[in-house]
Design a protein around this ligand. Structure first.
Ligand code: PLP
Length: 428
């Protein structure tokens, strides 16, 4: 399947065509733990990685493979790894390169859960996360030293929704041999971080890819476009013998398979050891979501731009945050998105935080939930929920003010979305 069009890739991309045994067109759910080896030689070749194939579902599964290969095609990468959640994906992205004593540099515009993981849990593991403001791409270079293993950002981070300067930061990193890892959760289809120079992309598939609020999952896509050997000293996990795999040096061991050292090491070491595998059933749910993702994104983005324009004119609203309204440098960065500005937005009521809470409680069609990216419209008050584990200074740095209300605009009819917002604003 050679199409370059996301609408076609979302339906036909990757390893699955019709199931060879049954002719099944839909991706079968392979609820199996293990796989029958042909003979002892076959088993040994699979374990030694001289032949690729299924061994055990903690490490690989055909339903997960259908999802992995299709998302890799959609993002323009060479291979992918599905895991149990977006948090597991972020964890693996960094742990695949960093060991105790190492550091990495991360944007301050990041999901609150990722912030906690990076600032606190990684610290307990001896890995330092250095947060920098992505407004100036050079901040990433300034914060780096010889123990910096990667840079990390979010393409369309809520709540600020300032589009991350992927091309600028990736280009600086490539000069000094530091790969950029992008969380593209909120901008599937409309952003292509690998094409802009990022080395790795991850998604919480829980959100727009699943699209129906049914399953938790994550995925990491290897761009296959970063030279881990050229900058060998910076990446000991990929360039020195791995005691857990007969002394394999990953950049050498997987050469016959292509530029996939990063993702193969993640699967064969991290997934093997940590066990944060995606359930095949969830992989099936994500394939279903993926198939209509391009169409849904169109409607998500169209509705959100209309809601942002409507809210901006509402007399009770003090400010609206949505990339469609940005001007200047923020507007230039927003224009790097293609086909829409995403479906997340925020706004502040003139009457402050209490009015924000009254507004959320008055909504009748919108769901009041912690999720984003559902086909349904959703609302939440971040300061007391998603970002409540951050202290006041951390909240301010990540753009959460006490009165900020976050909306994730769904694919319902625009008239119904605006009718619900309108009646709730009256009661706020
Ligand atoms: N990245 C972003 C941008 C998110 O919004 C989230 C969850 O809200 C995550 C990562 C974590 O994903 P999950 O909830 O699937 O673990």
């Amino acid at each position: 399947m050679t199409s370059k069009h996301p609408e076609t890739i979302a339906l036909h991309g990757g390893s699955h065509r019709a199931d060879p045994n049954t002719g099944s067109v839909a991706v079968p759910i392979h609820m199996t733990t293990a796989y029958q080896f042909q003979d002892t030689g076959h088993a040994a070749r699979l374990f030694s990685l001289s032949e690729m194939g299924n061994i055990y579902t903690r490490i690989m599964n055909p339903t997960c493979d259908a999802l992995e290969t299709r998302i890799a095609a959609l993002e323009g990468g060479v291979a992918a790894l599905a895991v149990g959640s977006g948090q597991a994906a972020s964890t693996f992205c960094v742990l695949n390169l960093c060991q105790a004593g190492d550091n990495f540099v991360c944007s301050t515009d990041i999901y609150g859960g990722t912030w906690n993981l990076f600032a606190n849990t990684f610290k307990q593991m001896g890995i330092e996360c250095r947060f920098v403001d992505p407004a100036d791409p050079q901040n990433f270079r300034r914060a780096s030293d010889e123990r910096t293993r990667c840079w990390y950002g979010e393409t369309l981070p809520n709540p600020k929704l300032q589009v991350f300067p992927v091309a600028e930061v990736a280009a600086i990193g490539r000069e000094i041999g530091i790969p950029l890892i992008m969380d593209n959760t909120a901008a599937p289809i409309i952003a292509k971080p690998l094409a802009a120079g990022a080395a790795v992309v991850m998604h919480s598939t829980t959100k727009w890819i699943g699209g129906h609020g049914t399953s938790i999952g994550g995925i990491v896509v290897d761009g296959g476009n970063f030279d881990w050997e050229k900058w060998g000293d910076r990446f000991p996990t990929l360039n020195t013998p791995d005691a857990s795999y007969h002394g394999a040096v990953w950049t050498q061991a997987v050469k016959p398979l292509g530029p996939v050292a990063y993702i193969i090491r993640m699967r064969t070491c991290l997934l093997r050891d940590v066990g944060a595998a995606m359930s095949p059933f969830n992989a099936f749910m994500f394939v279903q979501g993926l198939e209509t993702l391009p169409l849904r994104m169109e409607r998500h983005c169209e509705n959100a731009t209309k809601v942002a324009a409507w809210l901006a004119k509402h007399p009770k609203v003090a400010s609206v945050t949505h990339p469609s309204l940005f001007t200047g440098e923020a507007g230039r960065r927003a224009a790097t998105l293609k086909g829409g500005f995403g479906s997340l937005m925020g706004f502040e009521l003139k009457a402050g935080a209490d009015a924000g809470k009254r507004f959320i409680e008055a909504l009748t069609m919108f769901y009041h939930v912690a999720n984003i990216g559902d086909a349904r419209s959703l609302a939440i008050h971040p300061a007391t929920t998603t970002h409540s584990q951050l202290d006041a200074q951390e909240q301010a740095m990540s753009g959460v003010t006490p009165g900020y209300v976050r909306l994730s605009i769904g694919i319902e009819h625009i008239d119904d979305i605006i009718a619900d917002l309108s009646q709730a604003l009256e009661k706020a």
